[in-house]
Structures are given as C-alpha cells and as structure tokens.
Design a protein around this ligand. Sequence first.
Ligand code: NAD
Length: 303
Amino acid sequence: MARIGFIGLGNMGGPMAVNLVKAGHDVIAFDLVEAALERVRAAGAKTAGTVWEAVRDVEFVVSMLPAGRHVEGVYLALENNACLLDEIAAETVIIDCSTIAADTARKVAAAARERSRRMLDAPVSGGVGGAEAGTLTFMVGGDAAVVDAARPVLEAMGKNVFHAGESGAGQVAKMCNNMLLAVLMTGTAEAIQLGVANGLDPSVLSDIMQQSSGGNWALNVYNPYPGVMDGVPASRGYSGGFLVDLMIKDLTLAMDGAAASGQTTPMGALARSLYVLHKNRGTAEQDDAGTLDFSSIQKLFSG
Ligand code: NAD
C-alpha cells in the first residue's frame, strides 16, 4: 500500500481521500479549511499542518483544487526560492485531478519535467456521487509509464481510467465531454418544455424520446423535468449534483480552448450563454441559480 499526500479536501477531494484510506493507503492530507481536515481525519487519514509537510516522503501526490490559479499557486508559488515541485521527490507521481485549462496543466507539467518530476493531469467525471462511491472516470494526460504507475491509486477512487494522450490531454477530453453534456442538457430541457406546452405529459414524452432517436444521457439518466425520474436532482428541487456555477466554469474553459485552437463551437457558446442567463435570472426561490444542479436549466424554459 502506498503513502499518498492529498491536497484539497472539498466536495470531491474529501471523499476521494477517504476512499484511498478505505483501500488501505496511508494518506496524509492538507486543506486550508480545518473542517475539511477534520472530516478526513475522522475517516482515518493523517493531516498535515502545511502543504509542504503533505508532500514529503510520499510515493504519490494527489490534488483536487477549485481552479487553475489554485493549482499554479500550490505547485509553482515560490517560498524561500523553492516551489512545492522542488520539495517533491523525483520518484513521486503527482496527479492533479482538478478541472483546469489544458494550457495551465501543460505549464505545470512542464515545470515538473524541468525538475525531473513526474506529473499527470487527471480530471474526473462522475460528480460528488461518483467521488463518494469510488466510481469516477479519470481522463488522464501524461506519459504512458507514469499513467501505469498511477493506475492503482486512480482505481481506488474510480472505475474507469482513460489515457487521453500527453500532458493536457486529460483536460481537453474533460472540456469536450462537459461541453457536449451542457448541449445535451439544454436541448433536452427545451424539447421536454415544447412537449409540455403542447399538452404532453413530460413522463410520457420522456418515455417516447428515450426509445427514439432523441434518447441521450441527460434525458435517459438525469431527466431535468421535476417528477419524471426518482433520485435525480430535478426531483429534489435541483439540490445536490453538479452546480450551474461549475458548468459555467467548464463551458468557459471550453470556449477558451476553442479560441486558442481557432475552432468555432456555436452549440457550446449558446449553451454557455443560456447557463449564464439562467444563473443571473435565478428562480422564484433564489436570485442566483449558480448553486442549483445544472439540470435546473429546465427552469429557464418553464419559468
Ligand atoms: P470545493 O470548492 O468543494 O473544494 C476545493 C477544496 O480545495 C476546498 O476544500 C478548498 O479549501 C481547497 N483549497 C483551495 N486552495 C487550497 C490550497 N492552496 N491548499 C489546499 N487546499 C486548498 O471544490 P470541488 O467541488 O471539490 O471541486 C474540485 C475540482 O473538481 C474543481 O476543479 C471542479 O471543477 C472539479 N469537479 C467537480 C465536480 C463536482 O461535482 N463538484 C465534478 C467534477 C469535477
């Protein structure tokens, strides 16, 4: 079993670190928030007083941070002329699971390579439920040999590990997937509302489309219309799940990626605009819809 430093114990990182403990690994965890440390301590992880302490004498470092600036800050910020990458041993495998721009992932991985450190970008799909259940999908960018070395650690937190390509490729796969997810969700919500406005029962319409050519993951597994499906955010006031704010973040990364590569992504751009409009318009219950699940885009169509 491995000794693993874990940085960032939020909604995703907390349960991921706990799953590593459950798999028998020796986890030393760090977060800026004491309550987050307390939760993993209760599950059997050790906790560190500083991020430097969390990466000393470990075989793997896993980070799960909010955004690119946090990842750059943690790994590259200088303290006494050294950054965290300097502190990490050359044999250690560094796995950043945060969702960030591919360019930022490449920049940090290049800084790691300059120091002969081994680093992967490994963003995830599956949300908080997948993090808790240990069923995440990892989309990994980096050297194949390093991916193989990381596989046992990733498999303790997820059920699928895909090697997408070189550094940054995991982030590219993640931005493409989430852009498509946003397009599918907005299209599904729009279609169901069209049927309802024309007298159809949303459950009957969903059954029909699921078995027809309109079937897709948002419709079949994560139906956005309240009451159609049990156990999804739409049936509990859009609480829990994947936040509108995070979807906007991911769509913004996709738009930046499109601009950087000279691609037009009209569907993704429209989906981003609709999510920003939804966030800003809010709902009858709250001014800002950013903290609702992303399937709440249904409310933009249903009012
Ligand atoms: P979160 O805000 O709940 O957790 C982030 C944690 O990082 C917090 O506990 C924060 O205190 C900690 N942190 C910030 N700066 C730090 C630092 N310098 N040192 C140590 N800890 C620091 O976010 P989350 O929902 O866990 O998401 C983490 C990442 O996973 C994001 O990039 C997000 O886009 C991605 N993601 C989230 C979901 C989801 O459903 N929540 C799904 C897939 C991917």
